[in-house]
Design a protein around this ligand. Structure first.
Ligand code: FES
Length: 104
């Protein structure tokens, strides 16, 4: 199983916003939902739009390309159930935010 890796610090991402960062070579969209952090793959499964640049409303991010909506907590697509996006495990240690890719 992979290790947790520090990717950001608490305070880097304001509540209600997201940010694109990398876990190794993998682009990840990290979101702050009312103080809880959630991470999904940055590439929209529709046509690779940058989900980290989407607008966040509650736990729902809207893809900036074609406005498909994804729940950042579950990875489910609310627009088309045929799509879902990979999630990453998030851990906060002190002021550090760490991510880990779940075991397959
Ligand atoms: S690329 Fe995200 S909705 Fe089309």
């Amino acid at each position: 199983m992979s290790e947790f890796v520090k990717v950001a610090r608490v305070g880097d991402i304001a509540p209600g916003t997201g940010k694109t960062l990398y876990l190794g070579a993998t682009p990840v969209a990290l979101f702050n939902v009312d103080g809880q952090y959630y991470a999904i793959h940055n590439d929209c499964p529709h046509e690779d739009g940058p989900l980290g640049e989407g607008s966040l409303c509650g736990s729902v991010v809207t893809c900036p390309l074609h406005a498909y909506e994804f729940d950042v907590c579950s990875g489910e697509c609310l627009t088309d159930s045929a799509y879902c996006v990979e999630r990453f495990e998030v851990r906060v240690e002190g002021t550090d935010i760490l991510l880990r890719r779940p075991a397959p």
